[in-house]
Ligand binder design. Structure first.
Ligand code: AKG
Length: 222
């Protein structure tokens, strides 16, 4: 395991997952993703001044727990237009997020409420943005990374955009002063598949899960 800090309050832990753990998480996501109603899909994105019906930049997407709707950037209990709830967040994923925070980013009273699962292919990237759709803008974001390594752009303390590399089988966490940093995903490196992902991902494919606490008080949803 190797820990590094690309900026204050943003850490990456390389080789966090063993190949067997990576395989197990990828298998779990693959199983959940196969569900017709609440598994992987390719949603439309909120219209912007350049496109009337843009598509979400990542080809396969699903949420566990609360659903983040790419059409209006709001969180829902049920998937809009389908009327079904996403899969709940698996208990072992909640346990993992508690372990990660305890070991690397102590955060009292963290409740995972939504997990965004993004499946990147060789043509996918994600422009610079701020994760500001959660009413709770202080709970850290935890990222789990499998498969190929990618370029990750982020805003440093001085407002400059810097680049780092996010490998497969790693995790990252950003919170506190980094919670509202701009970030985005650049191209995926070739031939960088991390061990354990071979049965589920191909060269230049990457799976990322981001775990979020959406509300300050998960009980009362505010
Ligand atoms: O793929 C990633 O590592 C991050 C995805 C992301 O930026 C987001 O979901 O807001």
């Amino acid at each position: 395991m190797k820990i590094y800090y690309p900026r204050t309050d943003f850490l990456i832990v390389e080789d966090y997952f063993t190949p067997l753990q990576a395989h197990t998480w990828l298998k779990a996501m693959d199983d959940l993703g196969r569900d017709e109603a609440c598994g992987y899909h390719h949603p439309l994105l909120k219209p912007n001044r350049f496109h009337k019906t843009p598509r979400y930049p990542v080809k396969k997407f699903m949420c566990l727990g609360l659903y983040w709707n790419p059409l209006d950037y709001l969180y829902y209990e049920k998937i809009p237009g389908k009327g079904v709830s996403p899969h709940p967040i698996p208990e072992d994923l909640k346990d993992l997020s508690a372990r990660i925070l305890k070991d690397f980013y102590p955060t009292p009273h963290y409740t995972p409420q939504s997990v965004m699962v993004n499946f990147y292919t060789k043509d996918s990237s994600m422009g610079l943005h701020i994760d500001k759709d959660e009413p709770n803008k202080t709970a850290p974001i935890i990222g789990l990374n499998f498969g190929s390594a990618c370029r990750f752009f982020f805003e440093n303390e001085g407002g400059e955009i810097k680049e780092t590399r996010i490998p497969g089988n790693s995790i990252y966490v950003f919170g506190k002063s980094a919670r509202l940093m701009r970030h985005g995903l650049g191209t995926i490196f070739t031939k960088s598949l991390s061990p354990g992902s071979e049965l589920f991902l191909q060269n230049k494919e990457r799976l990322n899960l981001t775990i979020r606490q959406v509300f300050y008080d998960p009980g009362s949803k505010d």
